[in-house]
Design a protein around this ligand. Structure first.
Ligand code: BJW
Length: 240
């Protein structure tokens, strides 16, 4: 199956790559769902909704500062590096990610479309327009308030919030035009991103899932590569 998908990759003019938390798992970043997932330890409605932030901004910030420290302490892995190599060594590879950890950029991927935002960026929710990208270091952010007086918030997409309209429209366009969509390390349950593989299929793309487990996408995929992203992805592309 690896050889077949590798030949699809070579033949495709436009490859779209969609990643989720599983690609960062081998770096040591916790995923969300499943036995080792963050949602076993923490309740999403207390930490990842606008209501939670309005009720307890300090608690939500504690969680994000802890996650920043975890991410600052790890490195991109073979999976991130393989995708960056695909982008550098061949034309027509677009990267869409649900991850907020910034590891694709640290691996050398240019222009990952970060559909759920970036936890290293802050923005003012009060409408004054302030936004800033913090250095990815483990020095905790100490200024949590905007000059306008409001709390700053992490620039990520919480449950019940809409994704940036331009970003999701761009993503839909990319997968609708793709010849091949690689869906890597996502449980494929969070919408609207979970709808992208179906849009790709309707546009005529082959869809390949790379995951250690079955997901709702598994039965719809043209090929399933069952394994660690860090093992599977480097085997799919050899420098021509
Ligand atoms: C490996 C591996 C290895 C491991 N190699 N593989 C009821 C109320 C409110 C909303 C809704 C509702 N019902 C439905 C909704 C909509 C909701 C939704 O989809 N909910 C479902 C969960 C039911 N969606 C939204 O709310 C979205 N907005 C929206 O729809 O707006 C319109 C709307 C407005 C109002 C009401 C309704 C609709 C926004 C979703 C935002 C998601 N935000 C989070 C947090 C981001 C910030 C942060 O990180 O703090 O995004 S939640 C979390 O899930 C995070 C992720 O990006 C996202 C997806 O998770 P992902 O990446 O798939 O990770 P996991 O852990 O789920 O899976 C990891 C996978 O990797 C597994 O399959 C493993 O097997 C695999 N794996 N190691 C390969 N080494």
């Amino acid at each position: 199956m690896i050889d077949r998908v590798a030949s699809w990759m070579r033949a495709a003019e436009r490859v779209a790559v969609l990643t989720g938390a599983g690609i960062s798992a081998e770096s040591g970043v916790p995923v969300f769902r499943g036995d080792a997932g963050l949602w076993r330890q923490f309740r999403p409605e207390q930490l990842a909704t606008p209501d939670a932030f309005n009720r307890q901004p300090e608690l939500v910030w504690d969680w994000y500062l802890w996650r920043r420290a975890c991410i600052a302490a790890v490195q991109p892995n073979a999976g991130h590096l393989a995708i960056a190599r695909w982008q550098q060594q061949r034309a027509g590879v677009a990267l869409l990610t649900q991850n907020v950890d910034g590891l694709h950029a640290r691996a050398g991927s240019a222009a990952a479309l970060e559909l759920h935002g970036n936890l290293w960026r802050v923005r003012c929710p009060a409408g004054c327009g302030f936004t800033a990208l913090d250095e990815a270091t483990d020095a905790p952010r100490t200024v949590l308030r905007c000059a306008c007086g409001s709390w700053l918030r992490p620039d990520v997409v919480w449950f019940g919030e809409t994704l940036d309209a331009a970003a999701i429209e761009t993503a839909i366009g990319i997968v609708a035009d793709a010849d091949l969509l690689m869906v890597i390390g996502t449980s494929a349950v969070v919408y609207p991103v979970a709808a992208l593989p179906q849009i790709a299929r309707e546009g005529g793309a082959r869809v390949v899932e790379v995951n250690v487990e079955e997901t709702p996408l598994t039965g719809q995929a043209d090929a399933v590569l069952r394994g660690l992203a860090g093992d599977v992805l480097p085997a799919l592309w050899r420098e021509p």
